[in-house]
Ligand binder design. Structure first.
Ligand SMILES: [Zn+2]
Length: 165
């Protein structure tokens, strides 16, 4: 038997697994929301809204506002919040990248009381500074993992499965 993973590793691992669904060619982000009983409540990744075709809308980062992903993408945290079937009061959000200021607003309003995050690579941007300012003011606890979770998903395809891989 292998080492039993910790709760933090488990939930951050689920966030990373979810991130693998993202079609963003530059940044795949995943989020996992759990309640105080350590039950997974919701999960999400960054992507366009339902019905907004990945093939017709841009994933680029350069150009006019309408021609970049920023105008269209729903972040992992907001998707996880919107995907939840229940109230998120006092829940904990696990996310692979520190939330932006727009997500911070939704996180605060949803009642989430703690964020466990991994990467903070945009810490120097105004968006993340504003985000931390709001989250701190609202009393949301912020905890950065001092290690990285890496998933390596292996699929052994059947003949049938090979047709879609
Ligand atoms: Zn965001």
């Amino acid at each position: 038997m292998g080492r039993i993973i910790t709760w933090d590793e488990y939930f951050m691992g689920l966030a990373h697994l979810s991130a693998m669904r993202s079609k963003d060619p530059n940044t795949q982000v995943g989020a996992c929301i759990v309640d105080q009983d350590k039950k997974v409540v919701s999960i999400g990744y960054n992507g366009f809204p339902r019905g907004v075709d990945d093939k017709k809308f841009p994933w680029g980062r350069e150009g006019g506002f309408m021609d970049t992903k920023y105008a269209y993408v729903v972040h992992a945290e907001v998707n996880a919040i919107l995907n939840s079937p229940r109230s998120l009061k006092d829940c904990i959000l696990y996310v692979s990248l520190f939330p932006c200021n727009e997500c911070a607003k939704a996180i605060i309003q949803s009642g989430i009381r703690k964020i466990v995050y991994e990467s903070d690579k945009y810490a120097d941007t105004e968006g993340v500074k504003v985000s931390k300012r709001m989250l701190t003011a609202a009393g949301v606890e912020l905890v950065q993992l001092d290690y990285k979770v890496k998933l390596d998903l292996e699929v052994e395809p059947s003949e049938e499965h090979k047709k879609i891989c």
